[in-house]
Write a protein that binds this ligand. Structure first.
Ligand code: ADP
Ligand code: MG
Length: 310
């Protein structure tokens, strides 16, 4: 299930692009290392690149996942809740190492996982949870309407991009495991399940089914984590991965809904975390759910008419 890549060697920091310099490391995952990147001539107009970007890189021979990610980005390039990809480039360092690079929008706010971690196990205020949830949901809606399933939604793959006045907009990133949805009604047996177990849906673990509903399950896990500051399936001490999978898949082991949240919040969460995917809420149902339906595109709560009519 894990992606494998050969890290770009440290001395390959001399491995720059034609128009950009490679800067310090921002993060590492299963398919690449991500660095800051700066335009060499910041004042010159570059039609494709931005002055500051992120560059996700892997040694060319093990960059198939990254190249696949670029292919997905080609279809998902017009949504404010999805990270932008500016292009791809192959670079060669002085020692001859060939590197494949994806040039990406730089998320200076870090990841949603960092933000949750900074809450020190308390979780985010409900007004922020609502706002982030609506935007992530709109990103998921866009992905699904372009016939893809993300398959690796988790707080580490949601990046925060500043949107003025100290606020951040969450953007879905890391499409290395995304797959095209089968258009045929007959479900194909798909042996290649992917993702991170803590965010994996029961039907994925039991029947290898990874469709749009599995992204909704993962959204439920993310919302839970934003509310509580902790992952939904906390690993019990001494629990093996197999036992954890059994717990997630077990129909009788229901996820606990956090106390102290609004009824709308708890209904929304329960709708995402229905164990049987056939009865799980759809994206459309969730977008119309009162927990998020009253948020506009700037993240503000829409005015409740009754208060204006007085
Ligand atoms: P992987 O496919 O290897 O998991 P990701 O795309 O998730 O790679 O990137 C790994 C980590 O690098 C992220 O969790 C994040 O910490 C950091 N990162 C990735 N892209 C960006 C970006 N555009 N801006 C800032 N940090 C990023
Ligand atoms: Mg990742």
């Amino acid at each position: 299930m894990k992606r494998k890549f050969v890290a770009v060697e440290e001395d390959s920091l001399d491995n720059h692009g034609v128009a950009w310099w490679r800067g310090p490391l921002l993060g590492k995952g299963g398919s690449g290392s991500v660095y800051l990147a700066y335009l060499k001539k910041p004042k010159s107009r570059n039609a494709f690149y931005r002055r500051v970007m992120a560059v996700k890189s892997a040694e060319f021979s093990s960059s198939s996942s990254l190249q696949k990610e670029k292919e997905v980005f080609n279809h998902l390039h017009d949504c404010p809740y999805i990270l932008e990809c500016y292009g791809e480039e192959t670079t060669v360092s002085k020692n001859g190492q060939m590197v494949y690079n994806l040039l990406l929008e730089y998320a200076s706010g870090g990841t949603l996982a960092d933000l949750i971690r900074r809450s020190g196990g308390c979780g985010l205020p409900e007004s922020d949870v609502k706002k982030y949830t609506r935007f992530i949901l709109k990103g998921i809606d866009y992905i699904h309407s372009h016939n893809y399933v993300h398959r690796d939604l988790k707080p580490e793959n949601v990046l925060l991009v500043p949107c003025g006045s100290g606020d951040f907009v969450p953007k879905i990133a890391d499409f290395g495991l995304a797959k095209k949805v089968q258009n045929t009604k007959r479900r194909m047996f798909d042996s290649s399940i992917a993702g991170t177990i803590l965010y994996m849906a029961p039907e994925t673990l039991v029947h290898n089914v990874q469709e749009s509903g599995s992204d909704i399950w993962a959204l439920g896990c993310i919302v839970y984590e934003m509310f509580t500051g902790k992952p939904l399936w906390g690993l019990n001490p001494d629990e093996s991965t197999e036992e954890l999978c059994k717990r997630i898949a077990d129909r009788l082991e229901l996820p606990d809904v956090p106390s102290g949240i609004s009824k709308d919040g708890s209904d929304f969460l329960k709708g995402c975390l229905v164990k049987n995917h056939k009865f799980r809420f759809s994206v459309e149902m969730l977008l119309n759910h009162p927990f998020v339906s009253g948020i506009d595109d700037t993240g503000n709560e829409l005015c409740d008419r009754s208060c204006c009519e007085e």
